[in-house]
Design a protein around this ligand. Sequence first.
Ligand SMILES: C[S@@+](CC[C@H](N)C(=O)[O-])C[C@H]1O[C@@H](n2cnc3c(N)ncnc32)[C@H](O)[C@@H]1O
Length: 253
Amino acid sequence: MNDATSSSLSSSPLSDVLPNPSQAAVNKASQVQEMFDRIAGTYDTLNDWISMGFHKQWKRLACQKLYLPMGGKALDVCTGTGDLIAYLLPLVGEHGEVAGLDFSENMLLCARKRYQNQPNVFLTQGDALALPYPDNTFDAAIISFGLRNVTDIPQALAEMHRVIKPGGWMVNLDTCPTPMLPGMRFYFSRIMPLIGGALAKDAQAYQYLSESTRHFLSPSQLKRAFEDAGCIQVTSQTLMLGSVSLQAGQKPI
Ligand SMILES: C[S@@+](CC[C@H](N)C(=O)[O-])C[C@H]1O[C@@H](n2cnc3c(N)ncnc32)[C@H](O)[C@@H]1O
């Protein structure tokens, strides 16, 4: 694993990177990339606030579902500031490797600072829809709060499936459009943008979080998407009164 894609991707327009994208998809991807570039500096603090610290527990559980072997290789797609990497490292140990990929330069900058002294963390700027890794490279791959943002969910899952080894696991953790309590919907649509406005000075970005959650796939649709990507033994569960969902599936041997 190396960082070879970083410089080429950062200077290319996104339209050169996405496979046959429609103009609408290019526009959405560019807007998402710009938005995360904008909020990178406050992203981690805001996550603590809007999830009331619960995201740590969800991430730990999601990483356990990867069944990573000690000394194994893990991939974190849409790694952002690399928060999830902190949960993956103890699972693979010092002889293992963790790769993180994201298309936002500023989010990756935060990750690079955080893991600058960690020789087994490899960060790459790239597109989740065209992963720059050979087939069957990783023991497991995870995407956390990223799938909702990509313009082609089946393609992102197909890419994760392609780069994991036969028998490896892939996991999605993300917000869920069908929370059980009406109060949760109010929290997502009204309170979160207020917190985002106050702390990140970017209410629009946190309005997007609410909107993108509302239009995202349900847990059963995500389970189906994992199966369509070729996974077996697919499980799906909801957390936090249905406001977050978690899918795991295995690539057949
Ligand atoms: C909400 S953040 C999640 C960060 C991290 N995984 C976490 O759980 O905290 C979503 C990330 O997905 C990245 N992203 C969205 N679409 C992407 C794509 N097509 N390719 C690579 N990164 C993408 C954004 O740049 C952003 O950093």
